[in-house]
Write a protein that binds this ligand. Structure first.
Ligand SMILES: NC(=O)c1ccc[n+]([C@@H]2O[C@H](COP(=O)([O-])OP(=O)(O)OC[C@H]3O[C@@H](n4cnc5c(N)ncnc54)[C@H](OP(=O)(O)O)[C@@H]3O)[C@@H](O)[C@H]2O)c1
Length: 262
């Protein structure tokens, strides 16, 4: 394969770093975007030992209005063509909605929804014009039902899921493959950053988390195969299947019981 370029948001840790590791091993050039300069530098240093393509980093806070356009311009002005965009950067906020900070809520929604949507638009338009490209958006199993104590985070992932599946249909006749990865609990900084204090036997127990390497691999296989949506892991698929046979009030009640015991 000729060397092509992938842009990964939130590439300094967790799933984003795993995507970068796997793409580096597959001969891709990488643009690693993220909020923390030191994490990007450490990721780049690690990847340079295995990558055959080049690696660039872009420090950007995607919770800021206007950041998607700034990132797009920076990439375009450097002359790079992004063949694969992974909209991975995202955060959660755990707690009763009425007690959360309005600034943190706005930042989360700008990051998880607004800038993901705009990056999909800017790079999606270029891919459509070229007649090829790949776009992978990261939603969550939380996006399949209401989730008390993660109400706005889960709703933001419902948005990502529905938006991505619709966009995939718009772009499928233009050579652009768009997929949605819906991880369940996966080992990363996500829980701590969301304010979740996970207990050994609770719903968010570290024992029930998937390995980010497996989850990222499935995401890449899905987008390269042009499939619409993937949920990693047997347990997560079973939960989502059970949801389909449930009513919305019942699903909300079960979620409430689960998140009340973190
Ligand atoms: N882990 C799970 O159980 C799970 C389950 C379902 C879905 N997901 C989704 O998977 C994606 C990746 O999360 P993760 O689990 O890998 O968690 P993570 O380790 O916390 O990674 C999140 C990444 O996003 C970056 N990021 C956060 N805020 C940002 C901002 N304002 N601007 C730019 N980058 C920002 C972080 O960079 P800094 O560290 O520099 O801030 C970090 O690299 C998220 O969209 C998350 O919602 C995770």
């Amino acid at each position: 394969m000729d060397q092509q370029t992938a842009l990964i948001t939130g590439a300094g840790s967790g799933l984003g770093l795993e995507f970068a590791r796997q793409l580096a091993a597959q001969n891709w050039n990488l643009i690693l975007a993220g909020r923390t300069e030191q994490k990007l530098a450490a990721a780049s240093q690690e990847l340079e030992t295995v990558a055959s393509g080049w690696i660039k980093t872009i420090q950007i806070d995607l919770s800021e209005p206007g950041a998607a356009e700034a990132l797009y311009r920076q990439v375009r002005d450097s002359g790079e063509t992004v063949e694969l965009l992974i909209n991975n950067a995202g955060v959660g906020l755990f707690g009763e909605h009425t007690t959360l900070s309005d600034a943190e809520l706005s930042s989360m929604l700008t990051l998880n929804i607004v800038n993901l949507t705009l990056l999909s638009q800017y790079f999606g338009a270029d891919m459509k014009e070229r007649g090829h490209g790949y776009l992978l958006n990261i939603a969550s199993t939380a996006g399949f039902q209401p989730v008390p104590l993660l109400s706005s985070y889960a709703a933001s992932k419902s948005y990502v899921l529905n938006f991505t599946e619709a966009l995939a249909k718009e772009l499928e006749d233009h050579g652009v493959k768009v997929s949605c990865l819906c991880p369940g609990h996966t080992e990363s900084n996500f829980f701590e950053r969301a304010g979740i204090v996970a207990s050994e036997k609770g719903f968010f127990s570290p024992r029930a988390r998937m390995n980010p390497e497996q989850v990222a691999r499935l995401g890449l296989e899905t987008v390269f195969a042009g499939k619409l949506t993937v949920i990693p892991g047997f347990r997560n698929n079973a939960l989502i299947l059970a949801n389909r046979f449930s009513t919305r009030p019942l699903a909300a009640l079960i979620s409430k019981r689960l998140t009340a015991n973190p």
